[in-house]
Design a protein around this ligand. Sequence first.
Ligand code: GLA
Length: 385
Amino acid sequence: MKHALRFSLAIAAIGSIFTSCNNATTTATTGKDSSTKAGITKVPWGTADNKEVSLFTLTNDKGVQVKISTYGGAVTSWVSPDKNGKPSNIVLGFDSLSGYLAKPPYFGALVGRYGNRIAKGKFSIDTAHYTLATNNGTNHLHGGNKGFDKQVWDAAVSSDNTPTLLLSYVSKDGEEGYPGNLKVNVRYTLTNDDELKIEYSAATDKATPINLTNHSYFNLSGDPTTTILNHKLMIDADNYTPVDTTLIPTGEIKAVKGSAFDFTTAKKIGRDIGQVAGNPGGYDHNWVLNKKDTSLSKVAVLSDSISGRTLEVYTTQPGLQFYTGNFLDGTIKTSAGQPINKNAALCMETQHFPDSPNQPKFPTTILKPGQQYHSLTVYKLSVSK
Ligand code: GLA
């Protein structure tokens, strides 16, 4: 939330290189004429809230493709080759909009206005008290009943060589109980180094909590019928935020050392998961990243030896919600009809800490008028034999 002027200028600059796209035609492309040419294309993808939804395909010069829907700004697929050159999709998503309208648990979506939970849906800023929608038991989760994941975002594409999609959404004063008109821009970029960059910026006209993230569910094997329990994970965090039975942080910042939460050295996710109590059990916690400032730092490394894929996570954010898909129970099916079971995929949601508006010891998440919100997260994929 610092550097207000710098990021105002950055937003202005972003705006100037983007072309608004309201029609349903192919947009900026570079390279040769084939379905995998580098660039960005757009197809109509149905309607929601009487608005046209589009599906964009970002292709880099290796032919790696990421698809993003303007409904929820969701990453619907990320197709890349495994160690044998066989391409497959490493995120949970659907082939059609209907899958998203059925309200899956935030598959690939942009989450806001406040990612994760706010206890009892209540918070205060100075002398003003606010009540948000409570959509997760007694708590507020991921922006409420109709968070940013269920909104149709406006889209524009960049005219430079790296496929780039700019999504914008204006969240009105009072939406889901939040104060202030909040203008949000999210810039997705797919680089030729197989990095998916997600850059968030926002400004408000009243003080408001804000915590934007992306809720992609990864399974590096490309096969959602296998679990992620044999993936290895490193999280560069010596501490995490323990939670109560409703997944609200107790306020304690607790050392991971000697516990199932210790991922400071890469280990199999399934190794200690059985020790993580709760119903349904499994990891669904915020790690307090060791990074000390808001610079972009590598905070997690996920790998799968069978596919040979590795995913590195870089972020400017102070926290990481590592969630092992505990609530997936087979009810939701893939577009191919396969049930999506518990632990079919995992999320690494870069974020501020849950319930920060009620936790004075956590870094602030209040954005004030005149300030500019900014964060950047990079998921970098690689493959080795
Ligand atoms: C986040 C939360 C989880 C769950 C999922 C969506 O990761 O921390 O508890 O709500 O989103 O199902």
